[in-house]
Each structure stands twice: as structure tokens, then as C-alpha cells.
Design a protein around this ligand. Structure first.
Ligand code: FEO
Ligand code: CA
Ligand code: CA
Length: 616
């Protein structure tokens, strides 16, 4: 059963009084929150021996559950609405352009194309900070530009710089279970594409092309959290920003070309290495200076997932989101210690980066596009190969040079790693989204287990855990395609959002069955183990990103990224700026599939909650 639900935005409700001090909200609360959430994306606490049955296919009984564990899966949809199962509601919390103020009364605007989000608790009642990434601008929606090769003005480039980066937004749960933005708040702030300065750390800080600082942050795709209470933001398609604009190059923003400032030369990813790093921010510190960690390498960073265990060094898993690129892990020189905040802040500054080498091969290959039976092995073994310091500034290119094309493509390349997440038992789930160069249309979720379940191990085994494609028959369980972000709930269910290219959605092709991009829940144990149940549908041409549960798992936050993306992303795209009727999505203020209220589509952050029984 489908229900299309929208509830009022927070601006329609009177603000509650602001609590006025930075007070007693502690990092300790954050650590406890992570522990309470069990595995979640943090993979925080290895519970040794009580986890899932790794490569045995026996389903374990699982009695734990949360507010989201039981729902009636919904059918695929092409509608221009965010759809959730009956009994749930989806509230738009904040959208692109919405103002939120800091304590000095300065107004900040929520950025474009929200991707990663994480909730940092301020208390146990339902108050916290959302740390959100704004990945890339859409020049058409921001200032009416189509990629027809024409020049941009420096003012247009500035609007794009202002639309990306990160937001830290203070939010509070209301008595009815919905959420509102707290504004003004001393925590509210933005990081932009050109400001403030972030500091470099690690072996390449100060090196030629890197320097000591960078102006702002770009291409912030997904990310992660640390157990010491900071957010990690991953610069993914960093090379799009300095590239010169040419006709129909939708992903070239021309900031160096049209920016109008000498500093804009720094977006040239060929000559400088200011972007393409993992950035660390402290949401709890409004005066905190972000840091870019060179020890983690420079590639198209999708996200991070950590593992720490008593007596072991801190480990961070990462993927390079590009077809035929790699999976990495960083093993810190230091261990995480709860009572050593200063030491913990240095964990990502020094250590060893490794790249995964897969046997018999890393890519899942198919005979033809759309096939669901691979011609390659779906399980095997692998080793972690050290990455030399000399390769850190341009990691993938240097490693390809080192290993040679044949070795690299056979044993290191994968099918575009999007999110990696650490399960409660320490195994690592990897969303390999798709790879047209090897006819992988639908992708898979791969599971990697370190030898001896030791995070520092230099060998592992792997198995493709869940395959994308039309793998099921029942309505709501037809199967996901092109997995992107992953998150575990504390019952061990895996939540998967999909990212089929908006140009291929709802076309006459192998993705037709899937309709809009969606969110699925995949039980990892019990009788439904491995089945993908559709929990939410996104509006037209969006992808859903950044799913994140609050520590009590009563709220699931999710981002709706690039609704209506095909409106103005080519010179002959249908959009006419200012004429909403021509836009391909009208969400969230309207619904194009119903002809309801033509409006500008806006990337937005949504809070999904269960409707209290008395209100249903
Ligand atoms: Fe920005 Fe890898 O998705
Ligand atoms: Ca992604
Ligand atoms: Ca993606």
C-alpha cells in the first residue's frame, strides 16, 4: 500500500524558545549515542561473537527490532512524491535556500544537493545537530544557466560556491514527534566552496600543490562519523569544479575559467591538490577549523566507515567512486582512547593506507547489460597492499602506473564503490553500484571479512552478499538496483538507497522495473534474510541519500538529492528558467505527476517517523 505523505515545513509552526548556551552537550553523549545505536554506520563496537553468521548461509533468529523493522513494502512508483509505507510520515525539515541563523543573527542558507547527513545528539530527549554535505551545484536551478558553452559571470560562480560545502543545523524533536530547525542557534553554520580555510594535516601538508590550507571544500558526497564525535566529509568529484565549461558538459563548472579571482586557479585538479580529500569537522565547536587529512589519500572519496576495537589500531574503510577504481583501508598509527580527546584528534594524521587486491578478480562482469547472472566469481579472497606515500596526492593514477593496466583492472578495479559500512560483527559491506564497462547494470552489495576478524589484518575473504536487479517477484520486493548509501539499524537490518542515473530512470531500458530511485530494507538474518523490501520512493529524477537513524531509532533522516535533475542539465533540456511548468519535478512544494502546484524542485532533508497510533 502506498501513502504519499507530506507534513508542514517547520516555518509553518511557531518557534519554541531557544536554549541559549553551549552548555553541557558533550562528546560523551555522542559516544553513548553511537553505542546505543548498536552498529549503525559507525560500526562502533564490535560485539565479538554475538553478531551475524558470516559466510554460513544459515539465517539466525533475530528478536531485536526497532520502530522501522516492520512495514508493508510499497510498490515502485514514477510519481513526483516522497512515498513511505502506511503508518509512517515524511516531513520536509529543511530545503535548499532555507535560512537558518547563528547566535549573532547572521543568516545562513541551506545548500544545494544535500548528500551525507549525520545526527550528533545534544541530549537524550531529541535535540541535536545535523551535519550535512552539499555535493554539487545545479547551475540551472541556481541562476538559470544551461551547459551550452556560454560564459558564466563571476557572480554566477559565486552563487555556486555558496550552494556547496556543508551545513551544521541545530534541530529539535517536537512533542508530536516531528522535527524543527532551531534558529537562531550558536551551532548553526556553513562551510562553502571557497571559505573558510581548512588546514591540511599529514605527510603532504605543506607539499607543493597542497600547501598548508585550502579555501573551503567541494564535492562533499557522503562521509562518516568518528567515535570522538567529529564528522568526516568526503570530497568526491573534485575535478569537476576547475574544468572548463564546454557545450553539454553538465559536470564542468568552470570556476577557474569564470571565477574572477586568482584563488580560483586552485580548483584546477591537474596542477593543484587542494580538493579530493577527507575533511574532518567538529559540529559541536562553532569555532572549529576543518582539517583535510592527506594520509587518507586523494581520490574520489565516497565515504568512510570506521572500526575500532580494544587493543587494536583505528581503522577506516573508504571507496573511490569511479568505474574500475578501488577499495581502501587506512590503519592509523594510533589507537582510539575514550579519555584522550587530544590524541584522538590526531588519529587520522598518520598511519598506513592500503588498497584491496581481489582474487580471482575485483569486478563483477556480465555478458550483456541488464544481465543478472555474472560470468565472474561471486566470492574469493584478497590482500591489502600498502600504498606508497608518493601515491597519496593522486592515488588511483599512481597505483595504476605502479601495477600496470592488466594487473590493476583484474585485481584492484571494482564496480564503483559507493558506501562502505561496518556491520556489528566487524564485516564490511560495500555498495558496488554499477559499471557499464563490464555490463554491470544493477550492482551488488559485497561483504568483506578480515582474516581472523582482525581489523589490522592484511588478508580478507569476500562474498557478493546481495545482488541488484529484478531479483524478486512480489510487489515491494522486486529488488534494488545501483546501491549507493548504506546504513545498519540496531537490529542488523541493512538499509540501502539507490542511485540509478536520472537520465536512465523510467526509460525503456533495464531499469524500467525499478521506476524512481528508492530506499530498501534488507534483513541480514531471519527468514527474509537478503530480501530487499521497498520502504520509500523518491520524487522524480532524485536519488535518496544519507539515511541516518537517531540514536533511539525513532526517526530516520534522509536527503532527497537532485529532484528534477534533467530540467536544465543539457543545452536542449526542457527547462525554461522561471517557468515552473517546464520543470521535470515540482517536489516538495508541488507534485508534477498530479499536476499539483508547479514549483521549483528543491533538494531537501526529510525526517521519517512512525505516526503515533492515536493519530492514524
Ligand atoms: Fe556522490 Fe558516489 O555519489
Ligand atoms: Ca553516493
Ligand atoms: Ca551516487
Amino acid at each position: 500500500m502506498i501513502s504519499s505523505l507530506r507534513t508542514p515545513t517547520p516555518t509553518e509552526d511557531p518557534e519554541r524558545p531557544l536554549r541559549g548556551k553551549l552548555s553541557s552537550h558533550t562528546r560523551r553523549d555522542f559516544v553513548r549515542g553511537v553505542a546505543a545505536a548498536g552498529a549503525s554506520t559507525a560500526g562502533a563496537v564490535a560485539l565479538g561473537g554475538t553478531g551475524l553468521d558470516l559466510f554460513g548461509e544459515t539465517a539466525l533468529a533475530n528478536s531485536r527490532s526497532n520502530g522501522f523493522g516492520h512495514f508493508e513494502a510499497i510498490a515502485a512508483s514514477s510519481g513526483d512524491a516522497l512515498e513511505v509505507p502506511e503508518g509512517f510520515r515524511a516531513q520536509v525539515l529543511i530545503s535548499w535556500g532555507d535560512p537558518f541563523r547563528d547566535r549573532k543573527g547572521r543568516t545562513h542558507r541551506y545548500g544545494f544537493n544535500n548528500d551525507f547527513l549525520a545526527f550528533f545528539p545534544l541530549d537524550r530527549r531529541g535535540e541535536g545537530l545535523l551535519f550535512v554535505n552539499h555535493e554539487y551545484p545545479d547551475p540551472f536551478f541556481i541562476h538559470g544557466y544551461k551547459p551550452d558553452g556560454a560564459a558564466k559571470t563571476p557572480e554566477q560562480v559565486q552563487l555556486e560556491k555558496d550552494a556547496v560545502g556543508n551545513s551544521i543545523v541545530h534541530v529539535r524533536r517536537r512533542s508530536g514527534g516531528g522535527w524543527k530547525v532551531v534558529s537562531p542557534s550558536p551551532y548553526n553554520r556553513r562551510i562553502y566552496g571557497d571559505r573558510p580555510e581548512l588546514d591540511f594535516t599529514g605527510p603532504l601538508a605543506g607539499a607543493a600543490g597542497v600547501g598548508v590550507t585550502a579555501n573551503g571544500s567541494v564535492a562533499n558526497c557522503s562521509g562518516g562519523v568518528t567515535p570522538w564525535g567529529t564528522a568526516l566529509s568526503c570530497e568526491e568529484n573534485f575535478d569537476d569544479f576547475g574544468v572548463d565549461v564546454e557545450a553539454d558538459a553538465a559536470d564542468a563548472y568552470g570556476w577557474k575559467q569564470f571565477g574572477g579571482s586568482p584563488a580560483d586557479a586552485e580548483y584546477d585538479s591537474e596542477t593543484q591538490a587542494k580538493y579530493g580529500w577527507v575533511c574532518e569537522h567538529d559540529p559541536y565547536d562553532p569555532h572549529g577549523v576543518g582539517r583535510k587529512h592527506t594520509a587518507l589519500g586523494r581520490f574520489r572519496h565516497e565515504n568512510t566507515a570506521f572500526r575500532h576495537e580494544p587493543g587494536k589500531r583505528f581503522v577506516l574503510y573508504m571507496g573511490d567512486d569511479k568505474a574500475n577504481e578501488c577499495v581502501y583501508k587506512f590503519v592509523s598509527d594510533r589507537r582510539f582512547r575514550r579519555r584522550d580527546p587530544e590524541g584522538n584528534r590526531r588519529i587520522l594524521e598518520s598511519g598506513r593506507l592500503y588498497v584491496a587486491r581481489w582474487e580471482p578478480e575485483g569486478r563483477r562482469r556480465f555478458a550483456a547489460a541488464g544481465d543478472t547472472d555474472p560470468v565472474t566469481a561471486t566470492e574469493g579472497r584478497g590482500i591489502w597492499v600498502p600504498v606508497p606515500v608518493a601515491a597519496l596526492a593522486d592515488t588511483a593514477a599512481k597505483l595504476r602506473e605502479q601495477f600496470g593496466d592488466d594487473e590493476y583492472d583484474t585485481h584492484f578495479a571494482t564496480n564503483r564503490p559507493e558506501d562502505l559500512e561496518v556491520a556489528e560483527d566487524g564485516s564490511v559491506f560495500i555498495a558496488l553500484t554499477n559499471n557499464s564497462t563490464v555490463n554491470d547494470s544493477h550492482g551488488s552489495v559485497r561483504r568483506l571479512r578480515e582474516r581472523g576478524n582482525d581489523p589490522e589484518a592484511l588478508a580478507f575473504s569476500w562474498r557478493d552478499y546481495a545482488a541488484g536487479g529484478p531479483t524478486g517477484g512480489d510487489e515491494g520486493a522486486e529488488g534494488f538496483s545501483s546501491p549507493d548509501n548504506l546504513v545498519f539499524d540496531r537490529a542488523g537490518n541493512l538499509w540501502v538507497v539507490t542511485d540509478i542515473s536520472s537520465s536512465r530512470l523510467n526509460g525503456d531500458n533495464e531499469y524500467a522495473y525499478h521506476r524512481n530511485n528508492a530506499m530498501f530494507m534488507v534483513p541480514t538474518s531471519g527468514p527474509n534474510k537478503g530480501v530487499a523490501f521497498r520502504f520509500a520512493n523518491g520524487p522524480v529524477q532524485c536519488e535518496l541519500t544519507g539515511p541516518w537513524f537517531t540514536p533511539d531509532e525513532q526517526t530516520l533522516f534522509v536527503n532527497v538529492q537532485h529532484p528534477g535533475e534533467q530540467t536544465g542539465n543539457a543545452s536542449d533540456a526542457p527547462g525554461v528558467f522561471g517557468l515552473e511548468q517546464t520543470y521535470t519535478s515540482w517536489w516538495p512544494e508541488g507534485d508534477r505527476s498530479r499536476g499539483d502546484n508547479p514549483a521549483m524542485p528543491k533538494p531537501s532533508t526529510v525526517a521519517i517517523t512512525r505516526i503515533p497510533r492515536r493519530r492514524r
